[in-house]
Write a protein that binds this ligand. Structure first.
Ligand SMILES: Cc1ncc(COP(=O)(O)O)c(C=O)c1O
Length: 409
């Protein structure tokens, strides 16, 4: 008779990772996985960036490297170069010494540590996430014991236009209690692929500043979205230029293809140097009993690439290759749907940004994509564009055409 483990019923599987399990169990040779949040090359394979291979080869020859613990706050060269990559070399807040950062376990760990900090110092703040948003946002705050009633949504996606619901978003922010935390996607919004343009970001920033709200930026796709690192950081840099306090969670999973190395950085932008230092000291105090100190390998790769001109240029080329392939697949999918005469407008596929497309397929249509065509995608209609290639795109386009014509809303 168990005293401790007997009465526990299993937790539900993670919806995203479970798609891959179901895909792996599917025996059909024409199956396609559009569910995972990772880049795939033209052959449907994971891609180790050539710059990463090059650096790993250099590392294997460098016998001065060791496996000592990093400091609690992580690898200094990584934290500093990652922070500059995000905020830009000209950033006034850096010059004024009011920025600090701590290396975390990729983007998820960065947001989680930020949430732990907020729970400790601002337990009464409401947390606003986009509707819809990346599934983990809500979970992270829930698991830091923010009550469900405090985790609120702001309208984001307008299903009629398949674009941004700016008015809805602004109105919700205007009504948010002061000191609420607003979780924003820096670029390549997941799952919708819809980003505000500059003018819209300015309007969003105005309300956030005026209402004394605090942005928590989630930057998981810098450079990966447009192929341009500065363009993809514009929103964050704009908010920083307005003098706001904020947290920025940075991930190098996608833009370096370092998914399992968990290289992330949580940046704090404060009003002055002593505030920034105090916040960092508490972030360290929170990290120590959580993971104690972060892993080195991914951070070392990123720092090496960012701090060497040639390697940095090599990385840009790798990034552009990924961004260009994604764009080409978006265009090809649109072309195929047009050729099939699939009912509806599909231009959103090329207008959306980043890895994902929010197709507009209904839950039922998504189910039939999987049951009849062995195409795996999220029930909200999100597909990973990287899962497409020249071998499977006809099958995917025909399946979309089939469900749109034959499966009622
Ligand atoms: C919007 C968003 N934020 C954060 C992450 C964090 O990913 P990781 O923890 O692998 O860096 C992801 C990954 O899919 C994401 O899509």
């Amino acid at each position: 008779m168990s005293l401790y483990f007997g009465d526990i019923s299993p937790a539900p599987p993670d919806p995203v990772f479970n798609i891959t399990t179901r895909y792996n169990n599917d025996k059909n040779s024409y199956k396609v996985n559009l569910g995972v949040g990772a880049y795939r090359d033209e052959n449907g394979q994971p891609w180790v960036l050539p710059v990463v291979r090059e650096i790993e080869e250099m590392m294997s020859q460098d016998h001065s490297l060791n496996h000592e613990y990093l400091p609690i706050e992580g690898l200094q060269s990584f934290r500093e170069s990652a922070t500059r990559l995000m905020l830009g070399n000209e950033c006034r807040a850096i010059v004024e010494d009011r920025v600090r950062s701590i290396q975390c376990l990729s983007g998820t760990g960065s947001i989680r540590l930020g949430a732990a900090f907020l729970k400790r110092f601002h337990p009464d703040s409401a947390i606003y996430v986009a509707k819809p948003t990346w599934g983990n946002h809500r979970n992270i705050f829930k698991n830091e014991f923010f009550p469900e009633s405090m985790i609120k949504e702001y309208p984001y996606f307008d299903s009629a236009t398949r674009g941004l619901n700016l008015e809805g978003m602004i109105n919700a922010l205007k009504e948010a209690p002061e000191r609420s935390i607003i979780v924003l996607h820096a670029c390549a919004h997941n799952p919708t692929g819809v980003d505000p343009n500059r003018e819209q970001w300015e309007a969003i920033a105005d309300v956030i500043k005026e209402r004394n709200l605090m942005p928590l930026f989630d930057s998981a796709y810098q450079g990966f979205a447009s192929g341009d690192l500065n363009e993809d950081a514009w929103s964050v840099r704009y908010f920083v230029s307005l003098g706001m306090e904020m947290l920025i969670a940075q991930s190098f999973a996608k833009n370096f293809g370092l998914y399992n190395e968990r290289a992330g950085n949580l940046i704090v932008v404060a009003k002055n140097s002593s505030d920034a230092a105090a916040v960092l000291s508490h972030l360290k105090a929170l990290a120590r009993p959580m993971w104690s100190n972060p892993p080195n390998h991914g951070a070392r790769i990123v720092a090496t690439a960012l701090n060497n001109e040639d390697l940095r240029a090599h990385w840009f080329r790798n990034l552009q290759k990924m961004a260009n392939r994604i764009r080409a697949m978006r265009e090809l999918l649109l072309e195929k749907l047009r050729a099939l005469g699939t009912p509806g407008t599909w231009t959103h596929i090329v207008n959306q940004i980043g890895m994902f497309s929010f197709t507009g397929l209904t839950v039922r249509q998504c189910e039939v994509m999987t049951s009849n065509h062995s195409i795996y995608l999220l029930p909200n209609g999100r597909i990973n564009i990287c899962g497409l290639n020249h071998d499977n795109i006809d099958h995917v386009a025909k399946a979309i055409d089939d469900v749109v014509r034959n499966i009622e809303d």
